[in-house]
Write a protein that binds this ligand. Sequence first.
Ligand SMILES: Nc1ncnc2c1ncn2[C@@H]1O[C@H](COP(=O)(O)OP(=O)(O)OP(=O)(O)O)[C@@H](O)[C@H]1O
Ligand SMILES: [Mg+2]
Length: 421
Amino acid sequence: MKSLVFRIAALLVAAIVFVVILSTVAAFFVLRPPISEDFSRVEARKLELLATLVERDRTAAISAGAVIRPQPNDGEADTEFSTVMSESLKRIGSSRSSSVVRGDESWTAIVSLQLADGNWLIAPLRGLGPPPGEWKRLLTWLALIIVGSAFIAVFAATKITRPLQLIENAMADVGADGMFAHIPETGNRELRATAQALNRLSTRLRAATESRMRLVAAAGHDLRTPMTRMRLRAEFIEDDAERGKWFADLEELDSIADSAIRLVREEVGASKPEKLRLDTAVGKIISEVSALDLKVKQGSLETITVYADPLALTRALRNLIINAATHGEAAMVTVERQAGKALVRIEDSGPGVPPDLLGQIFEPFFRIDIARRKAIPGAGLGLAIAKEIIERFNGGITVRNRVARGLEVVVALPEASDDAP
Ligand SMILES: Nc1ncnc2c1ncn2[C@@H]1O[C@H](COP(=O)(O)OP(=O)(O)OP(=O)(O)O)[C@@H](O)[C@H]1O
Ligand SMILES: [Mg+2]
C-alpha cells in the first residue's frame, strides 16, 4: 500500500476532496444561494394578502401577532432580495413599497411592506437556504466526487509512474547474463526516453561483458606460447628438485589459463541440452572424485531427471564437489526432490566462508585468503564456471555456512517433465 501509485492517487484524491469540501462550505455559509423568483412571488402574494387583511381589521391583526410600525425595519439592506421582492409585488399587481433587510440568523430576512395609512407591516421570512434534508444530497454528492476522483487519481498516478514501472519490469527481467530484453520505445516522451536509456544501458553492458570475455580468453590463450617456451627451458634445469618446482608452477599456470578459456566458452558457448538422470551423473562424479584420493561421501540419491548438457553439468557439479572436498576438507553429497525442483546438496566440514565474502565467491578469480591459496592450488574460476552453467539450464546455486561447521552449497534445477523434449 506504500507504492508510489498509491501515494500519488491518495494525494490527488485528498486534494480534490479538500477543495470540494472547502468550496461547498463557502457556498453554503458565506455565499447565499440565489433567491428563486417562484419563492419570491409566493411570498409576495402571502404578504400582499396579509397587508390587505391588516388594513381591513387592524385590531384583529395585531392581536393575531402582526407587527406594525411607523418605520420600515432597520438593519443591513438585502439589495438582491429587495429588488426581487419589489418586482414580484409589481408582477402580482401590488403598488406597495417594500424593503428587505437581513435577519439575525443566516438564511432569514425581514420584509417591510407599506400599508395604505403609511405604516409598515413587518414580516420575518425563513427558508431562504436549502430545504431540509439537503445535507443527505450533499453527502451523496461528496461520495460521488470521492469515488470519481479516486478513479481519476489512480488512472493519473498509474500514467505518471509508467516510466518507473518500465524500469522495475526491466530489472525484474534481468537474466543470468545480467542483460534484459529489448524494451519497445513507444508511448509518451518520458516513456520513450526511459526505454531508450535502458536499451542503451543494455547494449553497453553487453558490449562491456563481451570485451571482458574476449580479454580473458585472449590472456588465457596468449599465456600458452610463453609457457611452452618456459617448459622447454625448464627441461634443461639440472637440479631435480628445482626442475620439479618449475614444472609444478607451470602446471598451475596451465590450469589457470585453461579455466579462463573454459569460463569464456561457458558464457558464450552453445550447449546441447538433453534429458538426463541427475542421480546417475552425481554418482559418477563422486566415484571420479574419490578416485583422486579426495574425501567424498555419497548420501541418498533420489531418482530425478533434469534437462541439461551432460558434459557441462558434470563440469559444474565436479567443481563444487572438488571445492567441498578440498577447501571444505570432506564432502557429503545428496540428491533430492523438493517442490518440483531437483536439488543437489553438497555439504562439507571445512572452515566455511566468512559471511561478508559469501556474496563474492562466484566472481571470477576470487579466492579467499593467501594462506589457503598456497595450500590448495586453483584459479578462483571453478564457482564462476559452475554458476554460469547451472543458470544456463534455468537453475540456481545458493551457498550458506552450516550452523555447526562447513559450507552448504545447493544446486536447484527444474525437474524435467515427461513431455519435455
Ligand atoms: N566448500 C568451500 N569451503 C570453503 N571455501 C570455499 C569452498 N568452496 C569455495 N571456497 C572458496 O571460494 C574460492 C573460490 O572458489 P572457486 O572454486 O571459484 O576457485 P578455486 O577452487 O580457488 O579454484 P578453481 O578455479 O581451481 O576452482 C576458493 O578459493 C575458496 O577460498
Ligand atoms: Mg574450485
